[in-house]
Design a protein around this ligand. Structure first.
Ligand SMILES: Cc1cc2nc3c(=O)[nH]c(=O)nc-3n(C[C@H](O)[C@H](O)[C@H](O)COP(=O)(O)O)c2cc1C
Length: 551
């Protein structure tokens, strides 16, 4: 715990000194955002034009969606709506891809894997997802019978008529991709990106009428074996991949709460029978031609937070007030596919109170409801909003308490100096409090490394996470709190789009300046991510092209 706290301390940006990084972009060694497994069989996923028509509100449990049949086409749609390319962008001879899932600096450290016991059109196996061409690379074609164990259990409990299926999604990170630009702080960004990707997976599942939940019991060693990334012989002379998260996807409307245990048993079975098998195929491609810098602190951080196998009991969140409908008449898929980060905000537009109320309400976990059923633990992350221009809400600092009953702990951590007034325009039961009226535009921009987007938006937020508490359970909780903050960011991205605005994740901020501004002392809470929402000013010079034109 002390080691990872030291990493956190060391990688804070300070007014007089940024966390250690290269300080320039070494274009010679720019990381390739797409990894390939040379020698693995490639399966091009069908490019499906007709996206599901599910309404946007289905993403937050506000509409029922008939589950799609589990087959190659629906898996293709699932990956399209979660981890695929959304567009190619061109400007002055430069060309870059943007994806459904956002990433700090658009560097995309993460890789995705699918583990399936098979579905029509898709054989059993372990597959790497190549987002660059929307294809699967078959790393292992047999041995996925362990998935059969999970499937049996799943069918016994919720699916006696075999109408639905189940598969796993694994996420990993190639830390180097982010470290290339951001140096030591990059480990945090990788974890925030994972949080965004987790909610992307959940949203894609919801738009298909499916469920998805983090598998929390498995050790990182187990996850690495399942995805094949621990096979040193396939990664000689190339950048390592680190295991992040395993997600259970149910292609039906139900998800048994204790599938985790079955997952553990299945994974162990897999380990014994297949993971050491010699029928793995493919060698990982190199990401950068060379590394002008190495960042050993990143590797140390990764080692510190390696997760052992765990047995955890999570309490579901209590009932929360009904979530108001979004009022968005676009489909879920439309919002998912057209989401982009705002690059600049107009500094003038305002937001109606009911939209702000809906957005903040959508961040409160509701038991058994998308998207927060993805994350089984009680919330650790509380956004503190700098509200600049929301009608009916005085400009100032507000806090949303996402974990029921955490008000007193937060009050104490903030030195007891705020009134904690429920805003008049906020409905009863929404745990949103006004801390202090002020024009916070300058402060917000200054804290976000002088980025104007935080002051020109309609509101921005710093995310306070419970820190000492989770870390005392185990240092791997350092990753989990960042995943949760990333997930809150992803919910904000989509909610902003659905309300007719835009959002931007902000990883660059002065940690302790935010703490001092609030009067926060100690390590009970720490600020681990920022975000801004506003009326974006688009750069018309950038040309947008479709994602898979060549296919
Ligand atoms: C964890 C994280 C941190 C980010 N930090 C910043 C930031 O400090 N400033 C900024 O302008 N954009 C930031 N972004 C936005 C990314 O630059 C953006 O997601 C990326 O360029 C991809 O574009 P897209 O979101 O439109 O797909 C961040 C995004 C994420 C996910």
């Amino acid at each position: 715990m002390d080691d990872i706290k030291e990493y956190h301390q060391r990688t804070k940006h300070r007014l007089n000194q940024y966390a250690a990084g290269p300080g320039y972009l070494d274009w010679e060694t720019q990381p390739n955002p797409f990894r390939r497994y040379e020698g693995a069989e490639r399966i091009e996923l069908p490019l499906i034009k007709d996206d599901p028509a599910s309404p946007y509100d289905a993403l937050f449990g506000g509409a029922r969606v008939e589950p799609r049949r589990f087959n190659l086409e629906s898996v293709s749609l699932f990956l399209k709506l979660s981890l695929s390319l959304a567009a190619w962008k061109e400007y002055q001879g430069a060309r870059w891809a943007v994806r459904v899932n956002p990433s700090s600096g658009n560097l995309h450290a993460e890789e995705g894997y699918i583990i399936t016991g098979g579905a029509p059109g898709l054989e059993e196996g372990v597959y790497h997802y190549d987002s660059g061409s929307h294809a699967l690379e078959k790393r292992l074609g047999k041995g996925a019978e362990a998935m059969g164990l999970m499937l049996d259990e799943y069918e016994r409990r919720v699916n006696p008529f075999h109408s639905h299926g189940i598969f796993l999604v694994g996420l990993t990170s190639i830390h180097w991709r982010e470290a290339w630009k951001y140096g030591e702080r990059a480990f945090r960004y990788c974890q925030l990106d994972v949080g965004h990707a987790l909610l992307c997976l959940r949203f894609a599942a919801a738009s298909l009428g499916w469920r998805a939940r983090l598998a929390t019991g498995a050790s990182d060693g187990m996850a690495a074996s399942l995805m094949g990334i621990s096979r040193e012989e396939d990664y000689i002379g190339v950048e390592s991949e680190y295991p992040d998260a395993m997600v259970i996807v149910s292609t039906g409307p139900d998800m048994p709460g204790d599938l985790d245990e079955t997952f553990d048993g299945a994974a162990r079975h897999f380990l014994l029978n297949a993971a050491r098998d010699d029928s793995w195929r493919g060698r990982a491609s190199v990401v950068s031609a060379g590394h002008a810098h190495e960042w050993p602190v990143m590797d140390e951080a990764a080692r510190m937070v390696f997760k052992p196998a765990t047995e955890e009991d999570f309490t579901p969140p209590p009932d929360a007030p009904l979530l108001p409908l979004s009022g968005c008449d676009k489909s879920a898929a439309h919002i998912i596919m057209t989401r982009r980060s705002g690059q600049a905000y107009d500094g003038a537009s305002s937001m109606p109170a009911e939209k702000f109320v809906r957005i903040t309400s959508a961040l409160i976990p509701r038991a058994d409801k998308a998207p927060w059923d993805m994350i089984p633990w009680l919330a650790n992350v509380h956004p503190v909003f700098f509200v600049h221009r929301v009608e009916g809400f005085a400009p100032g600092i507000y806090i949303l308490v996402r974990r029921p009953g955490e008000e007193e702990t937060l009050k104490a951590a903030l030195g007891g100096k705020y009134a904690w007034t429920p805003p008049k325009a906020s409905p009863e039961g929404l745990p949103l409090y006004l801390l202090k009226e002020m024009d916070a535009r300058g402060t917000a921009a200054m804290i976000s490394c002088q980025q104007d987007i935080a002051g020109d938006g309609i509101f921005s937020a710093g995310m306070l996470a419970r820190f000492d508490g989770p870390l005392a359970i185990g240092p791997w909780w350092y990753r989990r709190i960042h995943w949760e903050a990333g997930a809150v960011g992803q919910a904000l991205y989509l909610e902003a789009e659905a309300a007719g605005f835009r959002g931007t994740g902000i990883g660059c901020y002065f940690d302790d300046v935010f703490h001092t501004t609030l009067g926060l002392e100690g390590d009970v809470f720490q600020d681990i991510y920022h975000f801004t929402v506003g009326a974006s000013v688009e750069d018309e010079r950038v040309i947008t092209k479709p994602p898979y034109e060549g296919r």
